[in-house]
Design a protein around this ligand. Structure first.
Ligand code: SF4
Length: 681
């Protein structure tokens, strides 16, 4: 309190870490943060350890303070004029599909909007993507097919109204901690909790049913639940008749399924699958909460479609307390997709292939949009490797640590003629760039983020950026201007950019900074009088009728064998965020967890002669890393769990580039590895 009183000024802003979108009040004095506390908003004053104690990264002495240009192989400081002129000159020679852009889910909506506009009209390509490709691309594709909108259908607060919550492929208390609190609150209010997860996560402790299915078997598990519901006569035939299509074919496919085959694939008893199915069907209403355990598979789109089938056949969509709720990872990954930082979607999820959508936006921009969809993130690195892409501009992402098969990414970046990286730190990716541009972080600029529940909220400037660092939107605009694009890149504030967004993307039609001053608004919000939408699909689906899909199980692409006998599952932990560029510069978080550990089951440890703390090498067909062992029954037998937070142990050297054929999301949740002891503890 004493410190708080010494703050010269304070502002309410949005947490820069996960997609929950917690509201925080930050007090500052002499350009230093002196206090952080939770505010009213979706978090109701609650914060996790990152939001409460993790903002120190902004004041790190490692912050980039000047532009840098590579001269004679070394990055050296340069002026803004030198760096921007060089970029404008070099990019002018790579217009069209020789160029690729990676926008950042850490940037504001206004900045991402400008980034995709830059790629499309200045560079003339739809080669623009963001990190959603690595986390929820299959959500967008699956839910768009099934119900016409690839976003969380309901609200965080609404979990309180659920009679049953199925948490599948989400370690909610670690990765979306404040939503984890809502699930615990729902349990206290009487909701039944089903957890489906191969790992023993914290929520297993409050679950009525914990299904520990084998990794990569979510699809047969969900189909088994659907079959049990149908066979028990619990399908909501009224909802199916009035709101959906394709149920007959789906029902026939369920009749052909054999429960003993499902149990064999999943490793789960039939009685447990039936118990979970009946709990879900009788939840009245039931909510599905899922995350990357569902999406990061080569069958990720099918997994999402299966969850949509489950929700539709029980009528649990379009009702308070129900729905399908994908939890988005990064602070603004929902917004990055909303803004059209996708190779096949324009702002507001308007298809690039739609001549009508292109014409509408071209009318506002006064410039042509390329017709052909661009390349996705993983495809862009493949194209760089083969010489089809020759220049890239990467904003606020660190693919050297976050992409699968990281060795391939490093080679691809090395093959480029020209690489620009814009970030707040000299990340592992920035170290490979030809030009590095110092960006302001979210505490140093104004704009908006959109949280996982589609809530658009203000981001407010509290600190001055260090040195010469500048907001990403200012940098993008300066380059566009130097490339001759005054029209369309002459905004004087992010509020002006939002005004253009509201004209281009109908779901943001009623959103303005002025309105957001009195609190966040959930899209769709189509006009200035529209109050926003707390839950979707109340009266109908965006695509007319909900579509059931007939689905068949496909095993993961790289199964264990005698050479690589274990399965690697990757994920995140409470104390760190993404590739650790921000949280690893926070003393308290680093104290809580400062290095990677390899979590394996004690039985596997005994078979491999391992003790707690031993140093091991984990190897896949693509590379190897070293870290110390933690023996824990959180990991099921035969699996290894690691994060991608620690640059000293670049876990994604191991992971596979196998892609979901629809969403092009890599199978980050499953690859074959072996373990070798290097040194005792
Ligand atoms: Fe920030 Fe997410 Fe933690 Fe909330 S739950 S404080 S948004 S990291």
């Amino acid at each position: 309190i004493e410190k708080w009183e010494r703050a010269e000024h304070s502002a309410v802003t949005t947490c820069p870490f996960c997609g929950v979108g917690c509201q925080i009040e930050v007090g500052a004095r002499n350009n230093h943060i002196v206090r952080v506390r939770g505010q009213r908003g979706p978090n109701e004053g609650q914060l996790c350890v990152k939001g409460r104690f993790g903002l120190e990264f902004a004041e790190s002495t490692d912050r980039l303070k000047t532009p840098m240009i590579r001269r004679d192989g070394v990055l050296v400081s340069a002026t803004w004029d030198e760096a921007l002129d060089l970029i404008a000159e070099r990019l002018s020679s790579y217009k069209g599909d020789e160029f690729g852009m990676v926008a950042s889910a850490k940037c504001t909506n206004e900045e991402v909007y400008l980034a995709q506009k830059f790629a499309r009209v200045v560079m003339g390509t739809n080669n623009i993507d963001n990190c959603a490709r690595l986390c929820h691309a299959s959500t967008i594709s699956g839910l768009s097919i099934a119900i016409g909108s690839g976003a969380m259908t309901n609200s965080i607060d609404d979990l309180r109204n659920a009679g049953c919550i199925l948490v599948i492929g989400s370690n909610t208390t670690e990765q979306h901690p404040v939503i984890g609190l809502r699930i615990k609150e729902a349990k206290r209010r009487g909701a039944r909790i089903i957890v489906a997860n191969p790992r023993r996560i914290e929520l297993c402790g409050i679950a009525d049913v914990w299904i520990r299915n084998r990794p990569g078997t979510d699809l047969p598990l969900i189909l088994g639940m659907c079959k049990s519901i149908k066979d028990a006569g619990l399908a909501d035939m009224g909802f199916i008749r009035d709101r959906t299509e394709g149920f007959e074919d789906f029902a026939r496919s369920l009749d052909e399924l054999q429960m003993d085959v499902i149990c064999g694939l999943t490793g789960v008893d039939e009685s447990l699958i039936k118990e979970a199915a009946l709990l879900y069907a009788n939840g009245n209403p039931s909510s599905i909460v899922y995350s990357m355990g569902i999406t990061q598979h080569a069958c990720g789109t099918d997994n999402v479609l299966a969850l949509a089938n489950l929700a539709m056949m029980t009528g649990n969509i379009g009702v308070p307390g129900g729905g399908i709720n994908p939890l988005r990872g990064q602070n603004n990954v929902q917004g990055a997709c909303d803004m059209g930082a996708l190779p096949n979607m324009l702002p507001g999820y308007q298809n690039v292939l739609s001549a009508e959508a292109r014409a509408m936006i071209e009318g506002i921009w006064g410039m042509r949009i390329p017709e052909r969809p661009g390349l996705t993130l993983v495809e862009m690195f493949d194209a760089a490797r083969s010489g089809r892409i020759r220049a890239m501009y990467i904003i606020g992402e660190n693919p050297v640590l976050s992409e699968p098969d990281a060795g391939h990414v490093i080679e691809a970046l090395g093959d480029l003629d020209f690489l620009v990286v814009q970030d707040i730190f000299l990340t592992e990716t920035a170290q490979l760039a030809d030009v590095v541009l110092p960006a302001a972080c979210s505490l140093e600029k104004d704009g908006t983020f959109t949280s996982t529940e589609r809530r658009v909220q203000m981001v407010r400037r509290i600190l001055a950026p260090p040195g010469d660092a500048r907001p990403d939107w200012w940098i993008l605009q300066e380059i566009a201007l130097r490339m001759g694009y005054r029209k369309g890149f002459s905004f004087s504030s992010t509020a002006e950019i939002m005004n253009e967004i509201s004209r281009v993307a109908r779901i943001y039609g009623g959103i303005s900074h002025e309105r957001l001053e009195s609190g966040g608004i959930q899209w769709p919000c189509t006009d200035p009088e529209h109050p926003g939408t707390s839950y979707l699909h109340r009266d109908g689906f965006a695509n007319g009728r909900g579509r059931f899909s007939v689905l068949r199980y496909r095993p993961p692409e790289e199964l264990p064998d005698s050479e690589y006998p274990m399965v690697l599952l990757t994920g995140r932990i409470l104390y760190h965020y993404h590739t650790g560029t921000m949280t690893r510069r926070v003393h308290d978080l680093e104290y809580l967890r400062g290095e990677e550990v390899v979590e394996i089951n004690p039985e596997d440890g005994a078979n491999l002669g391992l003790n707690e703390g031993d140093l091991v090498e984990v190897a896949s067909r693509r590379g190897s890393v070293r870290a110390r062992v933690r023996l824990t029954d959180r990991s099921p037998k035969g699996t290894v769990f690691m994060t991608f937070h620690f640059s000293e142990t670049p876990t994604n050297v191991l992971t596979s580039r196998c892609l979901d054929p629809v969403a092009k999301i890599p199978e980050l949740k499953f690859c074959a590895v072996r373990i070798r002891k290097i040194q005792g503890s």
